[in-house]
Write a protein that binds this ligand. Sequence first.
Ligand code: FUB
Ligand code: ZN
Length: 650
Amino acid sequence: MTTRITDQFWGRYRSIVKNDMLPYQWDVLNDRADINIERERNDNSIPNEKSHAIANFKIAAGRETGHHYGWVFQDSDVYKWLEAVAYTLKDDPDNKLREIADGVVDLIGEAQEEDGYLGTYFSIEAPERKFMRLSESHELYCAGHFLEAAVAYYDATGNQKVIEIARRLADCIDRHFGREQGKIQGCDGHEEIEIGLMRLYHLTKEERYLNLSRFFLYVRGEDSSFFEKQKQKDINKNPLIQGLDKFPLSYCQIHEPLLEQNTAEGHAVRLVYLCTAMADAAQASHDEKLLNACKKIWRNIVDKRMYVTGGIGSTVIGESFTFDYDLPNDTMYCETCASVGLIFFAYQMLKNEICGEYGDVLERALYNSALAGMALDGKHFFYVNPLEVKPESSQKDPGKSHVKPVRPEWLGCACCPPNLARLLASLHNYIYLQKENMVCSILFMNCESEFDMTKGKLRIRQETEYPYGGTVKFYLDQDCKEELGFAIRIPGWADQFTVKLNGQIVEPKKEKGYIYFYKCFTNDVIEMTFEMKVELWAAHPMVRADVGKAAVSRGPFIYCVESVDNGENLHLLKMDKRTEFQYDYEEETLGGIGVIRASGYRQCQKEESESLYYKMRKDIDLIETQIKLIPYYAWANRGVNEMQVWVRYN
Ligand code: FUB
Ligand code: ZN
């Protein structure tokens, strides 16, 4: 399958990735960007003087001398950057970028040890501790990111060296881990190797990589004392990451055997990376049990633990899930990487089962929580994506130091910026899914695609007003005589829609959020019109934070209010059933956005309410006001600001 994005909305982001994000991040990784690296929360143990990520490789490679700096997983910033470069090069070849990236591959190759081991922290600082403290070491997490980058880079450029390094690394891991006598029967505290091995398996078709991935999946939680036993054995008692050992076993999903885990527990990024690999491996090895385990966790996330923005992770403590319906808006975590991971998970679930809900969640997380992770300039990033911010609280409430009102230029822990880069650069992979002789559409955007079906080629051109308009046209043409399948997702938010085939209204088969066409496509046009109107959403009554409030959406976007448009104290704004909405697309605002204006009210302060408490009166004093809402992803691009997604409503 090849897809070329020609879309205005996403095209802008893709050129930002190529022209701004990648060069900027390259400068940061090389410590030559004149920027302020912020700690993601008030915690002095967070290294924020520099990135040093490339320097770590140079030291490990013997090109320079010195010490490792940064997190034990600093290497992964380079790998994610390289992966983003790979997708960009595939889409838009560029000799200069290719030369830099080939140089990075050479450097990584030089940093790799004789036996295939790769990990700059342990090569430089603690060779004797390799694979000894897997709860904290992130060795396999980094390895997984390298495997992902290597597969993408090989696919884009055919660079042989990168895949040799990847194989040597995977083989080294294979020699050390497994069920056989003498091998380590445990996993990394942070899932990711499982995904990387799956990707290497898909590329090489070598079963041992699939088996190794499955081993890492199934060994998780088999012996929940594994990490503790490793720690006891490690003669060096210094932690690799301060404070990680205070978290419960569920932090890294080892509290129960994998198949018995029914709810989304622990560190949110880890959980969705785990589920991504589980769903991928389930599909690749026809493992129904594994798929059912994914489905249980999926249901728990989507029904009880996901924010309306597609954010996940309700608390900063352990960057974790908490419990059902616990979705506070102003202390949550909603890490950018967690939304990126949720997108990966949703996509893998779609590979198992064509079901609109997976596409809906993918779309929700992409257009909202993930996209909010970066500023419109591509050079400022949120780690945490709040649904409610009062800048004063972020400054003065130590419990909210992670809730930032403005995106920093870089972060002490820089996992999110390159994760966004690789997601945006690989977006063409999430528009369709091909299953034998069936193509399913997932995302709507202007693009041109060609699919190699087992029966022949299918070409699809998509023409749409999305994300701000609800018309989508698919032009389909095939070069074989046999019938092919084409499925279109009906977005969960679209109550009404019409379908036309070559100008005639039709009612195709609809199942689990998809409509299906089976046909020999010869210059056929399918035209979808989704009614895209302003919608109000309520949360389940058990979501304490949202009772008496509404969230506003239009199409794939969740909206929010900002004080720059509505004045301070957004908590005093109110809408009710008389509220009317007006929608306008504003080309000049925030790079071009759809703005919603709502007739509403602002609670005003009466004299008696100068007192902290006063006798309740039946009526509240409200003055009519116009409320302006903008898409959530575009917030925090106009200085320090209050922001709220959920607005009072009755
Ligand atoms: O531990 C590696 C990465 O750093 C995680 O995925 C993020 O949540 C951050 O903790
Ligand atoms: Zn992150």
